[in-house]
Design a protein around this ligand. Structure first.
Ligand code: BG6
Length: 505
């Protein structure tokens, strides 16, 4: 890391610029690379956060040259960049874009990749440092990793670092994730492995730690003495897009509950880390994930659903089974809800309700702490008829911010208490726009900062939660819900049975 000797290198307010390096992307023609990775590289360059000696390499089967890849990268960046387009920034980047053609089982192609990295050391001074981004189907991981091992590309030495970035899904269950972790860890050293869960790169998710551990206001009530229940929602209005082949094999629980939602739960429920470092934060998250329990009665406290044809934002939306590439009798869930427990002193007895679904009325991700009702109200029942539970809602997206819901007197000569909301909106309090999750995470990979990346044991602990759920659901048919509705009725009944209600964000 390049630092100014006059400043304290631990000062995290300073822009951090990585050492000279290369970023190698496998699966460069895929959706993720075009929509997220390439725009993020441009945005980092535009913000002056890439080192002067930087190279971008694409690896794919297409018979392209460097110029073809550069043209694709430019178009992708132009289309989806967050920051304004500046041709001169792109021109500078384009000079160090390289393409290596080949398939994953082609030894010659990997030899060529190793040679290209060697050449870039001489021509672009990348210092031998490289991060390899595996934006490819997990089934391809073994062959690519073995190639990197064979060519010596995976070896970090005191003179240079080599890192690997693995995209989710990290396996499909506990056994396969263990196998995958063992494989990755046998090729790269543990500290050089970066598992991406892009939710951790979102600004509001990081703010959860600031909120909890930089303030004195929330900590006293952040526990089962005051919190009645926690609701974590990840609602999407979109369907499965062109990802039928992947989604049919995956379903909502494996796609997002196992990773994004359990990570949100971990950050909400964890204890204060000893210090703000990768090691300590991951340790605390792991403790929570190990303490997560599934309900004994899964038939009552876990619900899976599948969307049927319906209406969304005034448009007709196709049912899941009618989507292109989906089996007309598919039993894959597009909605999953479950009541989890966290078996710690802080959270004993507090239900954590998690839900995620596609084709719900709107896109919103939030964490809501629902507080217990005041133990006594010195008002007539009629005065507080419209008073609900106090709630603290952390909105991850969109409209990033936080809302505190509490009761207030309605103005006038009578006594009536009704819910009101106090809002904090990022957009109003700060002039800086939040970076995209991938921007932040790519930068952290190049800096070697693993704070926002789950450790292998976290991934495995999360699968240990999901496996019994998947097993329970095997051979069952998901409950239908109409596109544009908030999931199947059974999900509402699950909370109603305990006298609670899902929030309608
Ligand atoms: C991905 C899932 O991890 O997250 C997708 O595979 C989902 O199914 C996506 O649509 C949502 O991400 P975001 O950042 O748009 O909330």
């Amino acid at each position: 890391m390049i630092t100014n000797p006059l400043r304290d290198p631990r000062d995290r307010r300073l822009p951090r610029v990585p050492e000279p390096c290369a970023l190698v992307v496998f699966g460069i023609t895929g959706d993720l690379a075009r929509k997220k990775l390439l725009p993020a590289v441009y945005d980092l360059a535009n913000r002056g956060l890439l080192p002067t000696n930087f190279a971008l390499l694409g690896f794919a089967r297409r018979g392209w040259g460097d110029e073809d890849f550069a043209a694709l990268a430019r178009e992708a960046a132009r289309k989806a960049a967050r920051t304004p387009w500046r041709e001169e920034v792109w021109e500078r980047l384009a000079g160090s874009v390289r393409f290596v053609q080949g398939s994953f089982d082609d030894d010659n192609a990997f030899d060529a990749l190793a040679a290209t990295l060697g050449e870039l050391e001489g021509s672009h001074g990348i210092g031998g440092n490289a991060a390899f981004y595996l934006s490819i189907p997990p089934a391809m991981f073994p062959v690519v990793l073995k190639q990197m091992q064979r060519t010596g590309m995976a070896d970090s030495t005191p003179e240079r670092w080599r890192r690997v970035v693995v995209e989710k899904p990290f396996g499909t269950d506990l056994a396969s994730s263990r196998e995958l972790n063992e494989l990755v860890d046998s090729v790269f050293t543990a500290e050089d492995v970066f598992r991406i869960d892009h939710y951790l790169g979102k600004e509001t998710v990081q703010n959860l730690m600031a909120l909890r551990f930089a303030n004195s206001l929330f900590e006293p009530v952040w526990n089962g003495h005051h919190v009645d229940s926690v609701q974590i929602t990840m609602a999407e209005d979109v369907g499965i897009g062109g990802r039928a082949a992947f989604y049919e094999q995956t379903g909502a629980a494996r796609d997002v509950l196992q990773n994004h939602l359990l990570q949100l739960l971990a950050l909400t429920a964890m204890e204060e880390p000893v210090e703000f470092s990768a090691e300590e934060i991951r340790t605390e998250k792991l403790k929570v994930l190990r303490a997560v329990s599934l309900p004994e009665d899964l038939a009552r406290f876990a619900v899976r659903g599948q969307y049927e044809q319906g209406w969304l934002a005034g448009q007709r939306a196709t049912g899941y089974r009618q989507e292109e590439g989906v089996d007309p009798h598919s039993t894959t869930e597009t909605y999953a809800a479950v009541r989890l427990g966290v078996e710690t002193r802080r959270w004993a007895g507090v239900p954590f309700y998690l839900r995620a679904g596609k084709r719900l009325p709107r896109r919103v991700t939030e964490i809501a702490l629902v507080f217990k009702r005041a133990p006594h109200l010195p008002f007539a029942d009629t005065d507080t008829e419209e008073l609900g539970s106090n709630q603290l809602v952390i909105r991850v997206q969109p409209d990033e911010g936080m809302t505190l819901k509490f009761g207030s007197k309605v103005p006038g000569s009578v006594m009536e208490v009704r819910d009101v909301a106090m809002d904090f909106l990022y957009g109003e309090q700060f002039t800086e726009a939040s970076p995209e999750a991938y921007e932040r995470l790519l930068l952290d990979v190049l800096l070697g900062d693993a704070t926002l990346f789950p450790r292998n044991a976290e991934v495995e602990a999360s699968w240990a939660v999901i496996d019994p759920l998947e097993e329970f659901w095997t051979g069952t048919t998901p409950q239908p819900y109409r596109a544009g509705e908030w999931g199947p009725r059974a999900a509402d009944e699950m909370l109603a049975a305990e006298g609670r209600r899902w929030r309608r964000p």
